[in-house]
Design a protein around this ligand. Structure first.
Ligand code: PA5
Length: 423
């Protein structure tokens, strides 16, 4: 399902050197004894998730079937990135199943919000607002605007088309949802935003967008079983975490997450939040950055190959993306491309990956970790996301930081609120 190749990672230590530390940190995750232990609910979630709520989500999709062609998903950060990453990886960038998902609540840009308002003029819309705190400014601004749009458009029926995902009891969004009579779904107390894709945060929009959420949870459960071993020699998630620590100690301050398909760009964005927000604190952490090849080889390739030796790459390769194309022959061959006639584009992409790996690693001496995932199904998505959760928790605990808080994010909010005149 998922394998990791460390042979070009240039690790100069053995995983076994970290065995005792990994075992200790495994205890932090599984016994809830580490920093931020109030927020490790995601560890057991593939086993313990609320099956009743899960069935309610499936029933919601049934209830709304045929009534919408557009899903507005209003949220930011952990209340947004996981669902978008899943949709694009699983369904591609231009799905043709009659449901368009549009993400709002993740920007103050009036230009973007105006474009969405214009775009949905003739659409049949449902709106899922997602916020654990219920007070996030970007989300609240968009929600008020689109709530009013829904009320103007659907009148009394608007409340049947608005779904709120938030805290089970607290917060202004919960209060508003109860007052208006919206269907509500819960973000558990002990699961933070960036670890929440397997809760209603991810499941509601994904179900509405026709993703098989049962398969997704089955994949997460399989990953739970596969990555529950405290022995680093037997646990690829912990090996990835240790490799990150070894490279960090060697002075590599940046990790570039590399994909080879444009529909995986949001996986990279999700991964950047997961590792950046979890690890970047107390003056520590590896800067998570990303690129999509071969596209970005034509922009960032030069720096990676010959620029400052500050980064390593983690290549996220999906072995079977489903669709393929055979490159056509041309009788005139004026473009001199007939040498590829009859070849599959998946093979061309694979050769690009192999060649780039050799150029960056052998010639440029850039360490490369390669993670292979079998395919882009919902099951594999669930499996892969849980793998990264586990690796991230371990990586942070090995570094000695709390993986589950984000105190630095508050600083910009305070400065902004002062300027906006918020009490
Ligand atoms: O990972 C996180 O905790 C953050 O990215 C939050 O998800 C994000 O700030 C949105 O917060 P909320 O769900 O409270 O609106």
């Amino acid at each position: 399902m998922l394998t990791i190749d460390f042979k070009n990672a240039k690790l100069d230590k053995n995983f076994n050197d970290y065995a005792a530390d990994v075992e200790r940190c495994h205890g932090y995750l599984h016994d809830k004894t580490g920093l931020g232990n109030d927020f490790v609910g995601w560890v057991e979630w593939p086993n313990s998730y609320d099956k009743e709520e899960f069935d309610r989500i499936l029933a919601l999709k049934e209830r709304l079937a045929g009534k919408y062609d557009t899903v507005l998903v209003c949220g930011i950060g952990g209340s947004y990135l996981g669902a978008r990453a899943a949709l694009e990886m699983i369904k591609g960038l231009y799905p043709d199943d009659g449901v368009e998902v549009i993400f709002i609540g993740n920007t103050f840009s009036a230009s973007y919000i105006s474009q969405v308002l214009k775009h949905i003029e003739d659409k049949e819309v449902v709106l899922n607002v997602i916020s654990k705190s219920g007070t996030t400014t970007e989300t609240s601004i968009s929600f008020r605007i689109f709530k009013q749009w829904m009320e103007n458009r659907y009148g009394a029926d608007a409340k049947n088309r608005i779904i709120a995902t938030t805290d089970k009891a607290r917060g202004t969004l919960k209060a508003l949802a109860d007052k208006e009579g919206y269907d509500t779904y819960v973000i558990p107390d002990d699961i933070g935003g960036r670890y929440s894709v397997f809760t209603a945060v991810g499941l509601v929009p994904l179900a509405l967008a026709n993703v098989d959420i049962k398969a997704l949870m089955d994949g997460a459960k399989k990953a739970y079983d596969d990555f529950a071993n405290k022995d680093v020699n037997e646990n690829p998630a912990y090996q990835y975490a240790v490799a990150r620590r070894i490279l960090d100690d060697k002075g590599y301050g940046a990790e570039m997450f590399v994909t080879y398909h444009l529909q995986l760009t949001m996986i990279a964005e999700w991964w950047k939040q997961l590792f950046g927000e979890s690890e970047g604190k107390d003056g520590k952490g590896i800067l998570p950055t990303s690129a999509c090849f071969s596209t970005d080889l034509h922009s960032l390739g030069q720096f990676i190959q010959e620029g400052r030796k500050m980064l390593y790459e983690t290549v996220f390769a999906i072995d079977d993306m489903g669709a393929d194309l055979v490159f056509p022959s041309d009788d005139e061959n004026i473009d001199n491309m007939n040498y590829l006639a009859g070849k599959k584009l998946s093979w061309v992409n694979e050769m690009a990956m192999e060649g780039t790996l050799s150029a960056h690693s052998d010639v440029g001496e850039v360490p490369n970790i390669v993670i292979h995932l079998k395919d882009n199904s919902a099951y594999s998505f669930g499996y892969m996301m849980y793998f990264f959760f586990k690796a991230c928790g371990m990586s942070c605990y090995l570094l000695g930081v709390n993986p589950f808080n984000q105190p630095g994010v508050e600083v910009y909010k305070k400065k902004m609120f002062k300027l906006l005149g918020k009490e």
